[in-house]
Design a protein around this ligand. Sequence first.
Ligand SMILES: C[S@@+](CC[C@H](N)C(=O)[O-])C[C@H]1O[C@@H](n2cnc3c(N)ncnc32)[C@H](O)[C@@H]1O
Length: 203
Amino acid sequence: MTHPADFWNPKFETEEYIFGTEANSFIKAAIPPARAGQTAYAPADGEGRNGVYLAEIGYQVTTTDIADKAVAKAKALAQSRGVSIHAMVGDIMADPPGQFDVVIVSFMHFRPDDHRHFVAHLHKALAPGGLLAFEGYSLDQIPLTSGGPKSPDMLYTREQIESDFADLDILLIQDAKRRLNEGPRHQGEAATIQLIARKGHGQ
Ligand SMILES: C[S@@+](CC[C@H](N)C(=O)[O-])C[C@H]1O[C@@H](n2cnc3c(N)ncnc32)[C@H](O)[C@@H]1O
């Protein structure tokens, strides 16, 4: 099977930011500005658009991605916007690089076994009291052309996401129909599942 870095690196070998340089607009709406010293983690953040935004609103940010070409572009984006992020190569199949006050997920889709590892990774990455914002394509995305995989087992339903994060305090979960304008690969009408949830202080 192709290693994900070998699949993704060639896509990032262009000067263009293929998912744009603006953060996912749901993440922007979901995450409040940081209080002093708060940390945020954007796993598989690609070229860094979400991590850079979180740094701009005051978080101490760690981003990872499996593709080193994407990580290099994330570092360059942070520099061009005058913020600092800790961007590193990392695999969401491994343990997260710590626990964080905020964790965000933007358009990450895996086969079921890997998805289970990803969900465990996210739970571990949340500090007690930590906030998770998650958006991914739903099954309704299949006929649409604004991005994402076409295999039904890689797309989300509200019930699945609700069950994956049932241990958290779910503040919002919804099916969304919205327009994406995020670089050349995410354009047009999209169908997504959006989640905002908080880990209990005792967890
Ligand atoms: C659809 S892109 C989304 C990028 C970013 N989250 C965004 O919204 O702009 C998927 C990203 O996941 C990364 N990726 C795929 N498998 C991964 C893994 N096992 N661990 C870490 N990153 C991975 C890819 O390199 C790519 O940057």
